[in-house]
Every structure is written in C-alpha cells, then in structure tokens.
Design a binder for this molecule. Structure first.
Ligand SMILES: O=CN(O)CCNC(=O)c1cccc(Cl)c1Cl
Ligand code: NI
Length: 183
C-alpha cells in the first residue's frame, strides 16, 4: 500500500518535471499503480486506517507525487451536494474550460508541500477533460465546483505545477478575475 513515505516533497525535481504520457494499453504494473493511488485516497479518508498508518487526507493524487513521472491521476471526493466522484485516469487533458474562474475560500493544500501556503488559487469554474479509464477506454468528463478544482490540481502535478504557483504574490487573498461565485 502507498503510505506517506512514498510521497515525494518539494525540492524533489520530479515534482517540477512534465510527466510522460502512458503508452496505451497500459501495462499491468501501471494499472496496479493507478489502483494503488485510488486505494491511498480511500485509506487517507478512513479515520481508522489514516490514524493507523499516519496518512494525511487527500482527495486526489498524481503519479509524480509517488515519484512516477507518468500522466496518471486518481480522484476520490464528494462535492458540496454529497455527490461522489471517483476516477482513475490515464493521460487526462483539459480540452476546454469556462472563462469564469472559481476558488476555494480555504485555499488548497498538497501532500507534497509540508507547509500551509495561504491564499486563493484561481481555477477554471468548469472544465471538459478527455482521458482514458483503467481499461483504456476513452472518457470525457464535464466537471464543475470541487471536482473541477481537484482535477485541475492533479493535472497541474503532471505539468510540474504546484497550487501555490497560482496564488497572487502581491495579494494572496485578492478575488481572482472572472469569479462568478465562491466555492
Ligand atoms: O495532489 C493531491 N494532493 O496533494 C492531495 C492533498 N491535497 C488535497 O487533497 C487538496 C486539498 C485542497 C484542495 C485541493 Cl484541489 C486538493 Cl487536491
Ligand atoms: Ni497536490
């Protein structure tokens, strides 16, 4: 199982690399790694397991965070209406997005960043993502709200971007442009 020992932290150059496409069909090893990433998220949100293995909670995970510079991400979260989102994706790509932006009032955090970095992280309010599922089938996701924010955080990891790169340096809590409502 993946634990915090497997998660690389700021300073490790892998976090700033552009991850490589997974050559499809994915290998059994790549499928197992992606399944393990989803399992980590579930474990990290399970009070008993998280306590037992000292896991920090996460709603998403990108392969570069476990030192695998490949375009693989997992998401496991419920949105504000309690709708559940659970994905294991190969080669996700944002193919279009809203002009409108959004942001989380509480800011964002990252398992690869062992410190609080306060400030609003501007995100597209809505995204259309094309990717491939664990079986190699093409999928198209249209997301808004929390899941849209989360998938952007993960796809950023594949491009060597960390959440705080987006925070306004002069005024971290400045409301981002084109924001229509707060998350
Ligand atoms: O890349 C994934 N992580 O670092 C896992 C830990 N962070 C979170 O779960 C998290 C927390 C707040 C906002 C967003 Cl968007 C995310 Cl993703
Ligand atoms: Ni992160």
């Amino acid at each position: 199982m993946i634990t915090m020992d497997d998660i690389i932290r700021e300073g490790n150059p892998i976090l700033r690399q552009i991850a490589k496409d997974v050559v499809l069909p994915a290998s059994d090893e790549e499928k197992e790694q992606l399944k393990a990433m989803l399992e980590f998220l579930k474990n990290s949100q399970d009070e008993e397991i998280a306590k037992k293995y000292h896991l920090r909670a996460g709603i998403g995970l990108a392969a570069p965070q476990i030192a695998i510079s490949k375009r693989m991400i997992a998401l496991f979260l419920d949105d504000d209406n309690g709708k559940h989102f659970e994905y294991m994706l190969f080669n996700p790509k944002i193919v279009s997005h809203s002009i409108e932006n959004t942001y989380l009032e509480g800011g964002e955090g990252c398992l690869s960043v062992d410190r609080e970095v306060p400030g609003f992280v501007p995100r597209h309010a809505r995204v259309k993502v094309k990717a491939f599922d664990i079986d190699g089938k093409p999928v198209t996701l249209r997301l808004k709200g929390y899941p849209a924010i989360a998938i952007q955080h993960e796809i950023d990891h594949l491009n060597g971007i960390l959440f705080y790169d987006h925070i306004n340096k002069d005024d971290p809590f400045k409301i981002p442009d084109h924001v229509v409502q707060e998350e």
